[in-house]
Design a binder for this molecule. Structure first.
Ligand SMILES: Nc1nc(=O)c2c([nH]1)NC[C@@H]1CN(c3ccc(C(=O)N[C@@H](CCC(=O)O)C(=O)O)cc3)C=[N+]21
Length: 282
């Protein structure tokens, strides 16, 4: 029996805190989300972000573009939002259609409005501990651990997955919190043994229920970043929850774990963007 790390409840608390902060400020915050095409999962995520904005009091613009839009057309939309003084944060929902170069799109977003933290300038800032925007999922994982009173400093942390949006940045953030970090990937040898060393195991590999109890030290904290829908229509993570729950000390559920924390951190980044925007030199 393990402790359930309730991301949904913690995210709700954070959104309440942000709502109170924003209402005390003399300016508004506006997030613009660009959705290209009509992928059902992306549409749900964009709707969830819009709903979170409503809860916090952030103005939310959703710009829906056809999946036939050209790269140049999308870049022009982004440039318009970069220039708009009434827009504080910009998010382009990923993945984009294959015909569009997502790297060029991310680079086109003004780093000062990049509330996803995906622009190279913000990625570099993360690596050097400079102020910028932290990517939402990694920041949400750290916030979830801290608010659950889980110590990070000095702990053995093992990260599974080396993506630019989760694995690499969460490893950087854990390092910043003074953990000892091991970053594993598809070519790592002796994976179960390495994972067995972890006091905190972060799983972001994108494979449904791939991590079972053989990978988990008794009492370890397990954070599941995956989100999948199985053949029976059930939402599940990268971790085999029922197997791992029996040995872990604490574990995030899917849904209700990392996902809501990601959205809470997006809301936080929007407030930071608005604050910096309001205090910029004229
Ligand atoms: N530019 C960009 N930024 C992103 O942050 C981004 C993106 N593109 N593309 C897709 C991924 C995925 N992502 C999720 C956020 C919240 C939940 C979430 O709230 N999940 C709920 C359940 C949602 C459901 O019912 O499906 C939960 O885990 O409890 C899930 C996934 C953000 N992403």
């Amino acid at each position: 029996m393990s402790v359930l790390l309730n991301g949904k409840a913690i995210a709700a608390t954070i959104k309440e805190e942000l709502k109170a902060q924003l209402s005390a400020r003399p300016y508004t915050a506006t997030l613009a989300v660009i959705l290209v095409g009509s992928d059902p999962a992306s549409s749900i995520y964009v709707k969830n972000k819009h709903r979170a904005c409503e809860q916090v009091g952030i103005r939310s613009l959703v710009i829906t573009l056809p999946d036939t839009i050209s790269q140049a057309g999308l870049l022009a939309e982004i440039e318009t939002l970069n220039q708009r003084d009434d827009v504080d944060g910009i998010l382009v929902q990923l993945p984009l259609p294959a015909s569009i170069d997502s790297r060029a799109v991310i680079q086109a977003i003004s780093p000062a409005k990049d509330v996803d933290g995906f622009h190279p300038e913000n990625v570099g800032a993360l690596s050097m501990n400079h102020p910028g925007f932290l990517p939402c999922t990694p920041a949400g994982i750290i916030e979830l651990l801290k608010r659950s009173n889980i110590e990070i400093a000095g702990k053995e942390c093992v990260v599974l997955g080396r993506s630019n949006i989760v694995g690499k940045p969460v490893a950087q953030l854990l390092l910043r919190e003074n953990a000892t970090v091991t970053l594993c990937h598809s070519q790592t040898k002796h994976l179960p043994q390495i994972c067995q060393r972890a006091d905190i195991l972060i799983v972001a590999i994108g494979k449904p229920r791939a991590i079972d109890s053989r990978y988990v030290k008794p009492g370890a904290v397990v954070v599941d970043v995956g989100i999948h829908r199985d053949s029976e229509g059930q939402i599940c993570g990268d971790v085999d929850f029922s197997a791992v729950e029996a040995v872990a000390g604490a574990i995030t559920p899917v849904p209700g774990g990392v996902g809501p924390m990601t959205i809470a951190m997006l809301m936080q980044n929007c407030l930071i963007a608005a604050e910096r925007h309001a205090s910029r030199p004229a």
